[in-house]
Design a protein around this ligand. Structure first.
Ligand code: ADP
Length: 264
């Protein structure tokens, strides 16, 4: 049987005893080489899932395993060395005055020997196609480039999973495209699991699998193609049809494409 990398077993979570349940009996698995997109409207519990994966929060009910380790107070440092997180605002993630220093920072903290540090900086900046920017100031880069450097800083510490929590939300369309392309290339080149968290259906197209959250529960687990066949239901849970699906409908309606398009 295939070993899961992340496993949620009947997880329920709330932010306090008087608070409503944010996650209700959530179960899913993510495998080591998969790209899984977690999608849902704002407030559906996606970021809470990310925080539970790396032990920033703990569930009141159920269990979470990362790489076979039960996530609890005693194991968080073991868990966190395997989990890299990239957040929405790249400007909040920079610590170095150059791109190179920024990527080096996490490695220095871990006491990585100098030559290995240089190798890891090269490899991770090459993986996100930012190897021509070593001496640039992070704050002067475009939004998409900043987020690529943030991804490189995470890749350099060799996590087994990278979680991108709304990592494209602040980017313009060009920046969003840049990041989606980077993620695809990184997943092809490196041996890791990817979890992208988004409320934008346009960003699930390239994932291997999609977990759709609604009201704190797993509403659907399916391939992107299967998800796109449920346009009406998605609209009812607050998710807009992706642009390419709208385009396919439009092309069908004017007779330019026959009605067998996978996204129609
Ligand atoms: P999403 O990422 O899907 O937008 P979140 O996981 O951030 O959803 O939030 C799920 C629910 O939990 C929301 O109703 C939100 O208001 C609530 N919530 C999030 N963070 C906190 C917190 N620190 N304290 C209390 N409630 C919170």
């Amino acid at each position: 049987m295939r070993e899961s990398f992340i496993e949620f077993r009947n997880v329920s979570f709330r932010y306090g005893e008087e608070q409503p349940w944010v996650l209700k009996d959530v179960s899913f698995v993510i495998y080591p080489d998969e790209w899984v997109a977690i999608i849902g409207h704002n407030g559906s519990g996606k970021s809470t899932i990310a925080k539970l994966i790396n032990g920033l929060l703990f569930p009141q009910e159920g269990e979470i395993f990362v790489d076979g380790v039960h996530v609890n107070q005693d194991s968080i440092w073991d868990v966190r060395k395997n989990v890299g997180m990239v957040f929405q605002n790249p400007d909040n993630q920079f610590v170095g005055t150059t791109v190179r220093d920024d990527v080096a920072f996490g490695l220095e903290n871990r006491g990585i020997p100098r030559q290995e540090m240089i190798d890891r900086i090269n490899t991770s900046l090459t993986a996100v196609a930012m190897n021509d920017y070593f001496l640039h100031e992070p704050h002067r880069l475009s939004g998409g480039q900043k987020q690529r450097v943030a991804i490189a800083s995470i890749l350099a510490i060799s996590p087994k999973v990278v979680i991108l929590d709304e990592a494209t939300a602040m980017l313009d369309p060009k920046g969003k495209l840049e990041i989606m392309r980077t993620i695809t290339e990184v997943q092809d080149k490196l041996d890791l699991a990817l979890v992208t968290i988004t409320h934008d259906l346009n960003e699930i197209t390239l994932a291997d699998r999609v977990i759709v959250m609604n009201e704190g529960q797993v509403w659907l687990e399916a391939t992107p193609r299967e998800v796109f066949t449920k346009k009406e239901e998605l609209r009812r849970i607050g998710l807009d049809t992706p642009f390419i699906s709208k385009l396919a409908d439009e092309l069908i309606s004017i007779g330019l494409v026959f009605n067998n398009h996978p996204l129609s």
